[in-house]
Design a protein around this ligand. Structure first.
Ligand code: GLU
Length: 441
């Protein structure tokens, strides 16, 4: 039975980078009929905020990425303390007292000597009396996990076979001096106890994975399958890390991006399969294959979401948008007709308002000087409404006859006079919806 989890820290709003992780874990779970857990990684009481816990859920709900279970790390601190005791008992956990400045100095010295900046394990040599003295002077130390200095290997679902020399990695700090359990330990305990079978996360976690594998083994757990997806970059390959704040899911929602547009992009971006717009989650689930993703950084361009959103909307049946159309005040008898006319000329649903305002109130006519006489003559030939699908053709034929104009010279001045714009839906469909023709004066 497959179990995956999406494990955001509630220290900010979800952004496209997080979303990639969420989508992959969600699709893997759903494809295999397994379980998808939303895990809130909130062991840091200072940075975690309830407001973000709520926002994460709202954003996932908006996208339809429903979870089967929600877990909060802050409610599981006892489990982590037990695991810590276990590691202590087996001699894999040791207290270290270096200050950040001392560690920094050590790192600099190592780098100067051309050595990798790996923690030198000086704390392992401390006697009990020395530890007591340090504790009295500096307070409790941090707790580090003692890595076995072997090679750590796994078959990564995206990166292929990985082999990391544990000697090149510092013994990870799992508990801070103030007693706060850090993510590395909490995550391992949760993954093991919650039966997580597949962990997909960003490639910035590769070194974590190496240490977590050893911690899981020390605790007698079973390692999940790991897959590390590449990080997103901007369209030019630039790092997105500083811009992710502006690529939050809630901003996208506010811009009118449609969930299926975003999900369709995320389910394929960086894979060898082309991005295909899907209208149903089930199609995304069926078409998802993690092994198709590559290790290379993946370019993300937020502008791609607009055409995808537009295409998604154009394909929607009226029923899907009936509430929205009613909400902007389109009378029921015109609602479906309005949708058929407007839908090919919108990028987001918000653009419907503009079209309805135009149809309802009429447009400020735009008439070029050289067309003034022509438009006046044409309008004199326009019968009183109501208009139907034939009215435009009949009217423009009569105008053609009377003025001798044809083609663009005939149609464009009339479009601009009636709608104030040089582009838009088919005029034979626009005319029946126009409630007021201001150009008629
Ligand atoms: N809270 C961690 C993060 O957001 C979770 C990483 C993981 O998936 O294990 O980076």
């Amino acid at each position: 039975m497959t179990t995956t989890r999406f494990a955001p820290s509630p220290t900010g709003y979800l952004h496209v980078g997080n979303l990639r992780t969420a989508v992959m874990n969600y699709l893997i779970a759903r494809k295999s009929g397994g379980t998808f857990i939303l895990r809130i990684d909130d062991t840091d009481p200072e940075r975690s905020k309830e407001e973000y816990v709520d926002a994460i859920q709202e954003d996932l709900e908006w996208l339809g990425l429903n979870w089967d279970r929600i877990e909060r790390q802050s409610a599981r601190l006892e489990r982590y303390a037990e695991a810590a005791d276990k590691l202590r008992d087996m001699g894999r956990f040791y207290e270290a007292f270096e200050t950040p400045t001392e560690l920094d100095l050590k790192r600099k010295k190592q780098l100067n000597m051309g050595k990798p900046p790996v923690y030198d394990r000086a704390a392992l040599a401390l006697t009990d009396a020395e530890k007591d003295a340090l504790r009295a002077e500096r307070g409790d130390g941090v707790w580090r996990f003692k890595l076995d200095q072997t090679r750590i290997e796994w078959a990564d679902g995206i990166l292929g076979n990985i082999s990391i020399d544990a000697a090149s990695v510092s013994d990870p700090v799992l508990i801070r001096g103030d007693g706060q359990v850090l993510y590395t330990l909490a995550s391992v305990v949760d993954d093991t106890e919650m039966g997580v079978t597949h962990v997909v996360r960003g490639s910035d976690h590769v070194t974590n994975t190496a240490t977590q594998i050893q911690i899981i083994e020390a605790l007698g757990g079973t390692c999940p399958e790991f897959a590390h997806h590449s990080l997103l970059t901007g369209p030019q390959g630039e790092s997105l890390s500083k811009r992710l704040g502006t690529l939050s899911l809630r901003d996208m929602r506010a811009q009118g991006i449609e969930p299926m547009a975003l999900l369709s992009l995320m389910a394929r971006l960086g894979s060898s399969d082309p991005v295909e717009l899907r209208s149903e989650m089930s199609a995304l689930i069926d078409g998802f294959d993690i092994s198709r993703f590559g290790a290379a950084p993946t370019k993300f361009d937020a502008d791609d979401l607009l055409p995808l959103t537009a295409h998604h909307l154009q394909a929607l049946p009226f029923e899907s948008v009936a509430d929205k159309v009613a909400g902007i005040g389109v009378p029921e008898d015109l609602a479906e007709q309005f949708w058929q006319v407007a839908r090919d000329n919108i990028t987001t649903l918000a653009d419907l308002d503009g079209w309805w305002t135009l149809f309802r109130d009429g447009a400020d006519p735009v008439i070029d000087d050289e067309d003034r006489e022509f438009v006046a003559e044409a309008l004199a030939l326009l019968p009183e409404g109501p208009y139907d699908a034939e009215s435009w053709g009949a009217w423009t034929s009569a105008v053609k006859e009377a003025t001798g104009r044809k083609g663009r010279g005939l149609f464009m001045p009339l479009r601009k006079a009636l709608t104030g714009q040089s582009h838009g839906p088919d005029m034979s469909q626009v005319l029946p919806l126009l409630q007021v023709i201001r150009a008629k004066g």
